[in-house]
Design a protein around this ligand. Structure first.
Ligand code: BGC
Length: 782
């Protein structure tokens, strides 16, 4: 609890308090950097621009030699104090003894895996997500790391994209709140503290908008949509003082992010005043040749450095090409200095010049065992994981289960301690993870009443299995049962028939929601749907525990199951957290941060769409309206949706006024009552819509939310303040404006079922409008 309180403080840090954090060059720092730059040779400078890992083209020994020869500025994928020490020792043997920094993909925890990004976002609980980031920083820095390649803040509206799993979902407002909190929690009160790590937010920009959800694909998007719906989380990272920004792999309106001067120099540096370090993504500088914007790697290096890419990840292009580019005058030494200054500045902010071993310490402090249990934060991980679970269906109060029941735990993911960690689970150990089977067994406490059958493999398709199991991986990520599918199914039905209730743990192998893992279908892979049908046929109550990294189209499974619990990949303590919800030790409170489409053909499906000329109306359906005639209208589960074991009632919405004057505030209030029998939390969500703007505005846009806990019978007034600022958006001229006129304000416990009122933003220059406050009416009276 004390940790949580400390973290809440970071969330509330003001912009002024961030001064002194990365990005603000104090005079002392500027003098230090000038002095150091003045002593460096061109080769040493170019070395600083390289961020490399051990890999096929670079052995550990070669890397150590490069560090000692001042030819490398940063090292990634090295985690562990003793190994980091070996590299820092090499840096201390270099001519100028410039320290290297150590970076790693710490996306949702480090040694302790927290839920994946979509899971964290499902909590709608900023302090809890902050806590997970603070713990990640503590564990990462204790492993000698200085920088983490997170938070991943790409808005994703296409669930075919496997990397949707890593981010905060589809909404810019929600994503921005998590982003700023996580950046502050990772970086701590001061970056130069041993327990702080530099956040490198990614992937700037628009990676999540890759066409068709196909990873690395192109992005073509209007500037106003970009500014409105996709760029805010990156800007939120900058405003929170993020130290570094990683560029995306994609082209943005034709120009790759890695060579995009407009993106880096105009938007990031000039408009947003970012003062930190820019990193390319893995090999992305050389990839400019594949993009067809450079004939050679030399041209690629030139374009990247000129566009403002300070550091080249997994680099050979900067190393091989920059010397000749400077010699020929194609790249100036000033351009090199600009980039080097950013790298050295990051090291300065991280406190590495004062103490290169700040996060490494000396050998006497090294843990005897790197994955010592005592290095984990299990109770915090369980707490956050419980909050990340989303109850999508609960027919006839099928859940919670009784601990006296016998439970058949079935499904290819039920015993998996690998999948539950999710991808990018850093160095969290599967051996330390709690599977769903483990969690249910702990809760029931009597092995005889926990039955198990695998039921099906995650996939029977050899090509899919080959894809998931990297050659040589030992053990393979995905295991295949040697029995026939028919035998597995038969066993599952027999096991289910012996139990009081069936819990089917189904979904995707974690590798299906990863980099490069785009899907063309969103159904349950393999024979899992058949398994669910067979389990249903036993007549036993059927609970689906979904484990997946993207919205799935599971309408059929939804219809036949009694209860559905979305668990994403919930991390080290996932199994215990899931059992807490299944048996009612925790009342679920998660809400979806991303829309579930009914079918892949409905993509894109997101809540903040435009109304169109012919919106489909459920009450008066027209043949010619904006929908698919061969699919039910609307999503399977809307954004913001999630059930509880108790019942919350929301009153009509009241406004403090039907007029909002610029400079003033308007209060929108509802009374929320827990009319059920259990204490529980829910998330009250506020949406707005501009009804008469100069461009068509989304039918709903999230502008506020509050997570509240209510005891049975308790009611609470929840109020949101709206000001002109909340009504601003980017118009066709890219001006951020609030346009006078009528607005709708909506409050609900999800984005579909809302209470609505209207008000008018007054134009100070014109007459007073009196608005007829009836959502059904469009009449305005002057
Ligand atoms: C990914 C990044 C990641 C980097 C280093 C890239 O392929 O796109 O998100 O940080 O690898 O692991």
């Amino acid at each position: 609890m004390r940790l949580l309180a400390a973290i809440t403080l970071y969330v509330g840090l003001s912009a002024q308090a961030i001064a002194g954090m990365p990005g603000t060059e104090t005079e002392e720092k500027a003098r230090f950097l000038d002095d150091l730059l003045g002593q460096m040779t061109l080769a040493e400078k170019i070395g600083q621009l390289r961020l490399n890992c051990i890999g096929p083209g670079l052995t550990r020994e070669q890397m150590l030699e490069e560090v000692a020869a001042s030819a490398l500025g940063g090292v990634f994928y090295v985690a562990g104090r003793s190994e980091a020490r070996a590299f820092q020792d090499a840096a201390m043997r270099s001519r100028l003894k410039i320290p290297v920094f150590f970076a790693y993909d710490v996306i949702h925890g480090h040694r302790t895996a927290f839920p994946i990004g979509l899971g964290l976002a499902s909590s709608w609980d900023v302090p809890s997500v902050s806590m997970s980031a603070r713990i990640a920083a503590l564990e990462a820095s204790a492993d000698g790391l200085d920088m983490v390649f997170s938070p991943m803040v790409d808005i994703a509206r296409d669930p075919r994209w496997g990397r949707a799993s890593e981010g905060w979902g589809e909404d810019a407002y929600l994503a921005s709140r998590f982003t700023e909190a996580v950046v502050r929690s990772l970086q701590g009160p001061r970056l130069s503290e041993a327990s702080s790590v530099m956040a490198s937010s990614k992937h700037f920009a628009l990676y999540g908008a890759a066409e068709g959800g196909r990873d690395f694909n192109s992005v073509d998007m209007s500037l106003s949509k970009m500014y409105q719906d996709y760029l805010p989380p990156y800007q939120a990272a900058v405003n929170a003082g993020v130290g570094a920004m990683m560029l995306s792999y994609v082209t943005i309106n034709g120009v790759p992010a890695t060579s995009n001067r407009w993106l880096i120099r105009d938007v990031l540096r000039s408009q947003w005043q970012f003062k930190g370090l820019t990193l390319s993504d893995f090999n992305a500088v050389a990839d400019l040749v594949s993009h067809g914007v450079a004939r050679t790697r030399r041209e690629a290096a030139m374009r990247a450095i000129k566009a403002g890419v300070n550091m080249s990840m997994s680099d050979t292009a900067y190393r091989d090409e920059l010397p000749a580019l400077v010699k020929s005058g194609a790249v100036t030494e000033e351009e090199i200095d600009e980039a080097v200054r950013a790298v050295l500045g990051a090291k300065y902010d991280l406190g590495l010049f004062k103490d290169p071993y700040l996060r490494i310490g000396d050998a006497s402090g090294d843990p005897a065992q790197i994955d010592d249990e005592r290095r984990l934060h299990r109770s915090e991980a369980r707490d956050v994981a419980r909050k990340s679970l989303v109850l999508l269906k609960n027919q006839n109060a099928a859940l919670p289960l009784k601990k006296t029941a016998s439970v058949a735990v079935v499904g290819p993911l039920a015993k998996s301690r690998v999948d539950i960690l999710g991808t990018w689970s850093s160095i969290a150990s599967p051996a330390q993870a709690v599977s769903v089977y483990d969690g249910i067994s702990h809760a029931i406490g009597d092995p005889k009443r926990v039955l198990y059958a695998r039921g099906a493999d995650i996939s029977d398709d050899p090509a899919v299995l080959d894809y998931l199991n990297a050659p040589g991986a030992n053990p393979p990520d995905v295991e295949v049962d040697p029995r026939t599918p028919e035998n597995m199914l038969k066993e599952a039905v027999e096991v289910a028939s012996q139990a009081d209730v069936v819990v089917a743990v189904v979904g995707e192998a974690r590798g299906m929601s990863h980099e490069g893992a785009s899907r063309s279908s969103l159904t349950l892979p393999g024979r899992q749907s058949l398994l669910i049908q067979a389990l249903k046929a036993t007549g036993k109550p059927l609970v689906l525990v979904l484990m997946n990294g993207r919205p799935l189209s599971i309408g059929q499974e939804h219809d036949i199951a009694d209860a559905v619990l979305e668990t994403w990949y919930s991390g080290t303590e996932g199994g215990n957290a899931i059992a807490d919800v299944l048996f009612g030790d925790y009342n679920p409170s998660g809400k979806l941060p991303i829309t579930f489409p009914r079918s892949v053909g409905q993509i894109p499906t997101y809540y903040s769409h435009l109304n169109t000329s012919r919106p489909f109306k459920v009450s008066t359906p027209l043949a010619a309206s904006s929908r698919y005639f061969d699919e039910d209208y609307g999503p399977l589960y809307p954004f913001g949706f999630g059930l509880s074991y108790t019942q919350f009632d929301v009153s009509e919405l009241t406004l403090s006024s039907t007029i909002l004057k610029p400079g003033e505030r308007l209060r929108a209030s509802v009374v929320v009552k827990n009319s059920g029998k259990r204490a529980g939390e829910t998330v009250v969500q506020l949406y707005i819509r501009g009804l008469s703007a100069s461009v068509s505005r989304p039918v709903k846009e999230l502008k506020g939310f509050e997570k509240i806990m209510l005891q049975p019978g308790e009611e609470r007034v929840v109020s949101f303040q709206l000001s002109e600022e909340d009504l601003k958006y980017y118009n066709a001229q890219l001006e951020r404006v609030a346009e006078p006129g009528p607005f709708s304000v909506m409050v609900g416990l999800d984005s579909r079922d809302v209470k609505e009122q209207r008000f008018e933003l007054l134009d100070p220059a014109s007459d007073h409008y009196v608005f007829d406050n009836n959502p059904g009416a469009s009449r305005m009276m002057k």
